[in-house]
Design a protein around this ligand. Structure first.
Ligand code: PEP
Length: 250
């Protein structure tokens, strides 16, 4: 049985004071949650403060990106070891904003995935199609290529120690959510693709949906058989919204 997982992606938002206020409001709300895992992925500079705030709670934390390289001369990069110093459990790799704004291609994302996983972090691998790709019927092909790059580098078995997030690009930050049926169909496609290589891995891997999830639409999405929770952007910056979404996953 797969546990439901809800992960907040704060993106490049917040400051020390606002983050503390947000966490102070989320922590009590998270205490009543049963059988679900909650986490927040925060900007790098706030990891020490977030670690301190969350270390005795049920909420996990992580980062939004990581370098594919070993420690060394890579100005501006952050290595997996650095994330481990702050007890991160998760790291997002291949978010569509990284792919479209910072030129990360499937191979780079796969290298980041591998590096994170080999260090013991749980990579949250984001996949998803643009609106133009969906409209010409390319959704499955695009997602297959994104997954294949990782499988080729790490093997399908590695997906056991990871999370996949299906995030249609047209639904991220747009207020336009995939319908539960649209999302379920892609989640089922992802699981069946993995099952062709390893049925046990396919049965166990958590596949999250991301794209304008809110308190009002979370329950219907999370009720779908292959949707194991959500990756939440904008709504994770509001404590009540985030806790309501987490509650919807129970
Ligand atoms: C995201 O950033 O991963 C995301 C899904 O954003 P939003 O919930 O704001 O659409």
């Amino acid at each position: 049985m797969r546990a439901k997982l809800v992960v907040g992606n704060w993106k490049m938002n917040g400051n020390l004071v606002q983050n503390q206020e947000l966490l102070t409001a989320i922590i009590p709300g998270s205490e009543g949650l049963r059988d679900i895992i909650c986490a927040v992925c925060v900007p790098y500079p706030y990891l020490p403060a977030v670690q301190l705030a969350l270390k005795d709670t049920h909420i996990f934390w992580g980062a939004q990106n990581v370098s594919q390289f070993d420690l060394g001369a890579y100005t501006g990069e952050v290595a997996v070891e650095m994330l481990l110093d702050f007890d991160c459990r998760y790291v997002i790799v291949g978010h569509s904003e990284r792919r479209s704004l910072f030129g990360e291609d499937n191979h780079t994302v796969a290298e980041k995935f591998k590096k994170a996983q080999s260090a013991g972090l749980i990579p949250i691998l984001c996949v998803g199609e643009t609106l133009a790709q969906r409209e010409i019927g390319e959704t499955e092909r695009v997602i297959e290529e994104q997954l294949d790059a990782v499988i080729k580098l790490t093997g399908a078995n590695s997906l056991t120690q990871s999370v996949i997030a299906y995030e249609p690009v047209w639904a991220i930050g747009t207020g336009r959510t995939a319908t539960p049926a649209q999302a379920q169909s892609v989640h089922a496609f992802i699981r069946s693709k993995i099952a062709k290589q390893n049925t046990e891995v396919a049965a166990n891997v958590q596949i999250l949906y991301g794209g304008s999830v809110k308190a009002g639409n979370a329950s219907d999405l999370f009720a779908m058989p292959d949707i194991d929770g959500g990756l939440i952007g904008g709504a994770s910056l509001n404590a009540n919204e985030f806790i309501s979404i987490c509650s919807a996953a129970q």
